[in-house]
Design a protein around this ligand. Structure first.
Ligand code: NAD
Length: 425
């Protein structure tokens, strides 16, 4: 079928109801009614609510929610809700947590709940003197910022500090003002963006320059979550496994090609909890990767070393701008359920747990990579995926998958042949 006649220029699309939009999309793309019915079924998220969260809604994308067991964080046993479409991610956390459970699980800490907003000023004649003029206005800046958000103030947050940097840019020196704001149980993007916008005209006046950008930095390095765990040798399978994991960490620390994959694995765990709690995965991911490159080259977010007793010690530190308030956290029913399952009552506690999950994820990935390889653990679920792609339904999925794994060839063509054999039999 030719799509040459299709027209994506649809004025007023945003004013239509989700149902009307879906009808237009179905016609555009030639969707059958079974497909549109599936799209219109938004599961645990009301269509009305979805329509209020983002623009031009026609349905929802459902991702499995799995629960990681065995986690002990700061002495408290936890069940961890994880929203992810990737197999082995939930299992990896369960396995890592089991192997350090008896040794005490994870201990965590946090550097604070401070967010940074940036105000960019250009064409400042005397940037270094202007920097001092802005710093001299600290009291005014505090009053202006705190005036923006009395609710945040009531909860103990608000302006904490101002920093001014002169940076070299392609267009000459730039004066960049940082507002440091405690956003407590909010991720804080809207809170600090409002403050930056309110302050901007004053910055322009004090510096004599022109102000352009006024927005938070996702490199939230005043909001670092940290987690640590010790894995005894008898739990992980001996000194060779420990040394393999440490060597894998050394590889990531030395090589950005490896570090990207190493940190991606960490984010498998982190983003799954961030998403399950309705928080902003992209904000956390941007912060993590920027932090991983803070020393001028991209490296590992985790560290592994040997304790004086010969056990494996792992630690992680990364920015963790997550909240219990704002964004989708408060309104998405699954996010609320996830927070309830976690039993968290502060954004700080949530951030610390998420860091522990990232460390657990990394431990399991490195252990698998340094020993049997990653594919063995992946295969059972991957084989089911392949079986479904080959057309298996119901009980066939499990049977085809098992045969694929037994034969050691998890491929779609083999799955099709196996399926035919089963159906023929
Ligand atoms: P928000 O503005 O919806 O809620 C925060 C506000 O809630 C605070 O300003 C405060 O007034 C109030 N509040 C009530 N109780 C509080 C408590 N106990 N602690 C703190 N504040 C409390 O949400 P937000 O956290 O400012 O913004 C988060 C959203 O911003 C996310 O959806 C994110 O995706 C989005 N966002 C992100 C970026 C970015 O990361 N670059 C940029 C823009 C927007």
């Amino acid at each position: 079928m030719s799509h040459a006649h299709r027209n994506a220029r649809i004025p007023g699309f945003h004013r239509k109801s989700p149902q009307e939009r879906l009808r237009i999309v179905a016609e555009f793309a030639g969707l059958d009614s079974a497909t549109t019915d599936r799209l219109a079924d938004t599961g645990g998220l009301d269509l009305d609510l979805a329509d209020r969260l983002v623009e031009n809604v026609v349905g929802s994308m459902n991702i499995p929610l799995g629960i990681a067991t065995n986690m002990k964080v700061d002495g408290e046993d936890l069940l961890i809700p994880m929203a992810t479409e990737e197999s082995s991610v939930v299992a990896a956390v369960c396995n890592a947590a089991r192997q350090c459970y008896d040794a005490g699980g994870f201990t965590t800490s946090m550097s604070g709940t401070l967010m940074i907003a940036q105000i960019q000023a250009i064409d400042v004649a005397d940037p270094h003197a202007a920097r001092l003029r802005v710093l001299d206005r600290r009291d005014d800046i505090k009053a202006l910022c705190d005036g923006c958000d009395p609710v945040l103030l009531k909860f103990g947050g608000g302006f904490r500090d101002v920093e001014v940097r002169v940076i070299d840019s392609l267009g000459g020196p730039m004066l960049v003002t940082h507002l440091i704001v405690d956003t407590r149980d909010a991720m804080g993007a809207n809170a600090v963006n409002t403050m930056a916008e309110t302050l901007a005209p004053h910055i322009a006046q004090w510096t004599g320059g022109r102000v352009y950008l006024r927005i938070l930095s996702n490199l939230a390095d005043r909001r670092l979550a940290r987690a640590h765990a010790v894995w005894p040798l008898d739990q992980i399978g001996g000194a060779e496994v420990r040394d393999g994991i440490i060597s894998a960490y050394h590889f990531a620390a030395a090589d950005p090609y490896r570090a990207a994959t190493h940190n991606k694995g960490i984010m498998n765990g982190i983003s799954a909890v961030v998403l399950a709690t309705g928080n902003d995965t992209r904000a956390v991911e941007a912060g993590a990767h920027a932090y991983a490159a803070r020393q001028g080259h991209y490296g590992s977010l985790t560290r592994f070393e040997t304790t004086k007793d010969g056990a494996l010690s792992g630690s992680i530190e990364l920015p963790m701008a997550v909240g219990l308030i704002g964004g989708a956290t408060k309104v998405h029913p699954t996010a609320q359920a996830s927070l309830k399952i976690l039993g968290v009552t502060s954004a700080e506690r949530l951030a610390r747990i998420i860091a522990a999950v990232g460390l657990a994820q990394n431990f399991s990935a490195l252990k698998a990579l340094a020993t049997t390889g990653i594919q063995k653990g992946h295969m059972a679920l991957h084989a089911q995926n392949i079986a479904m792609m080959a057309g298996a339904v119901g009980e066939e999925i499990e049977r085809v998958a098992r045969i694929l794994v037994e034969r050691g060839t998890v491929r779609q063509d083999v799955a099709q042949a196996v399926l035919q054999e089963l159906r023929g039999a």
